[in-house]
Design a protein around this ligand. Structure first.
Ligand code: ADP
Length: 505
């Protein structure tokens, strides 16, 4: 490979393996993305509630974009100081240790096939134990019951697992295995903390939880720090033995990429849904508000914990205005339309179209449009939709503040809908704290790059990363505490009308 001018330049390569596409991004020392390559891949829905992917396609698409980003920019492997992985979380893969062949399609995080198993575990009284140890709820979302399903349904799998012939991994493990030709069977603590099998306090696989789910320990990857050289990748992959030095699940990586490294710092990603994460320091916080306690990252043996809350319908409510109602032609139009009115005129849109996530967790809730009068038009509804994204996020953040016993100083934001200035202003008004959008919103890949780069000395320390984080725009709160309380009270009243709706069908 012919390197271009400036071939002494060094970069960090982030592999961002998402739910719908694999991406590879090169970052320079200033944390600027030099180049991005992206390739979508197939998801299949073989039965209602099932979501699968081809693990080989996950790997081949990821390798293809990594090769392409280097090739297209004339970057030699020797110029890549380190490689970091960030990934769709919880997606479960089971493969043969000898051949590296997956035994079945990957079961994707969205897959609900283990709902009955989770309900049975709850009915048997296991909720409290799983929550105390793993920080999670007994929900099909997480890997543990997906792995149990594979062992139960693939002929001979359990016996082979017990003989040590099989390997389990989330997508990070799978990629690390492939990148090292099977030399590394590892996962980082952030990914391990999404399996239901991991004691987040002691930082080890938990024998009791494994016993309840009937998972043979011989399947499990070795748990490593999120930042640290795990192995060198095979030269056959990218033309050189690049150190694999950083791994984190996507939301944790985004929190790291937003440099929310001190307790009390939080980020919200406004994508299809909203993912809010708050740094609570080196001690896990149990939630009194049905949020998740999760590992953020472990660097130099020290674990940082987060509280996590997810809102199912965030930016997707704007998609619904566009595609469901035909009210706007593009998502970007919503801002101008909503800005034609000073407020929603008492209209509330509760986007419970697919149930409600944190802090309600009501799968039977359904969407509602309330408070309509003859004065309510498109603009009021558009405004109510934007406010709904911000109101849901404000409620989760309020719950987080109460759990953590500390007030938020500011909220850092990213994701597609964070392009909407009006949304962010409304968010600041509702929270009573500044909302800050960084210049670089590729925070997920950036977080993986930072974790990898720190491990090899590409960046000296966390202080250097903090200095690289640059504000694009800061939205200052402009409303009184009384106004905020009234808005949230109105919202809660509206939500009450939407709860349990589908139960009456
Ligand atoms: P994901 O990663 O979940 O696919 P993105 O981060 O790409 O999502 O964000 C896309 C979402 O953001 C869509 O749901 C879209 O409706 C919403 N969105 C995009 N632009 C805007 C905007 N200007 N205002 C409000 N919502 C927007």
């Amino acid at each position: 490979m012919q390197a271009k001018a400036g071939s002494d330049q060094q970069y960090v390569l982030a592999l961002d393996q998402g739910t719908t596409s694999s991406r590879a991004i090169l970052f320079d020392r200033r944390g600027q993305p030099l180049a991005i390559r992206q390739q979508p891949f197939t998801q299949s829905f073989p039965q209602p509630g099932w979501v699968e992917q081809d693990a080989m396609e996950i790997w081949s698409s990821q390798l293809a974009v990594a090769r392409a980003v280097l090739r297209d920019h004339g970057i030699a492997a020797g110029q890549v100081a380190a490689l970091g992985i960030t990934n769709q979380r919880e997606t479960t893969i089971l493969w043969d240790r000898k051949t590296g062949t997956p035994l079945a399609p990957a079961i994707v995080w969205q897959d609900r096939r283990t709902a009955a198993h989770c309900a049975a575990l709850s009915a048997a009284g296991h909720d409290a134990l799983f929550e105390q140890r793993s920080g999670l709820r007994l929900d099909p979302y997480f890997s543990g019951t997906k792995l149990a399903w594979l062992l139960e349904h693939l002929p001979g799998a359990r016996a082979r697992a017990e003989r040590g012939e099989l390997a389990f991994g989330t997508v990070d493990s799978w990629l690390a295995w492939q990148l090292t030709g099977g030399r590394a069977h590892v996962t980082d603590v952030s990914n391990a903390s999404r399996t239901l099998l991991f004691d987040i306090h002691r930082g080890v696989w938990d024998d009791e939880l494994l016993g309840i789910l009937n998972i043979p320990p011989a399947l499990l990857p070795r748990v490593v720090d999120s930042s640290g050289i795990v192995a060198h990748i095979d030269a056959g992959c990218l033309g050189g033995e690049i150190p694999l030095a950083g791994i984190a699940g996507d939301q944790q990586a985004a929190t790291f990429g937003q440099v929310c490294l001190a307790p009390g710092m939080a980020k919200n990603t406004y994508g299809t849904g909203c993912f809010l994460l708050l740094n609570v320091g080196h001690q896990a916080q149990a939630s009194q508000h049905r949020l998740l306690a999760t590992v953020g990252w472990r660097v130099a043996g020290q674990t940082t914990y987060l509280l996590e809350g997810s809102v199912f319908m965030g930016g997707a409510v704007i998609q619904w205005l566009r595609d469901g109602l035909g009210m706007i032609a593009s998502a970007g139009e919503v801002e101008a339309l909503a800005a034609t009115v000073p407020d929603s005129g008492g209209v509330y849109l509760v986007p419970a179209h697919t149930g409600l996530g944190a802090p309600y967790w009501d799968p039977q809730a359904r969407g509602a449009l309330l408070g309509l009068t003859r004065g309510s038009g498109r603009a009021e509804i558009a405004r109510a939709a934007l406010e709904a994204i911000a109101l849901q996020s404000a409620e989760v953040l309020q719950a987080m503040e109460q759990d953590a016993g500390r007030a938020l100083a500011e909220l850092r934001v990213d994701g597609g809908a964070a392009a909407n200035d009006l949304l962010l202003q409304v968010q600041a008004d509702l929270l009573g704290v500044p909302v800050v959008r960084p210049k670089i919103t590729e925070t997920t890949a950036l977080g993986a790059a930072y974790l990898a780069g720190l491990a090899v000395g590409f960046w000296a320390d966390e202080g250097e990363l903090a200095a690289l984080w640059q504000v694009d725009r800061r939205f200052e709160p402009g409303r009184s505490a009384d106004w905020r309380a009234a808005q949230l009270a109105g919202w809660r009243r509206a939500v009450q009308r939407s709860l349990h709706w589908a139960e009456g069908e």
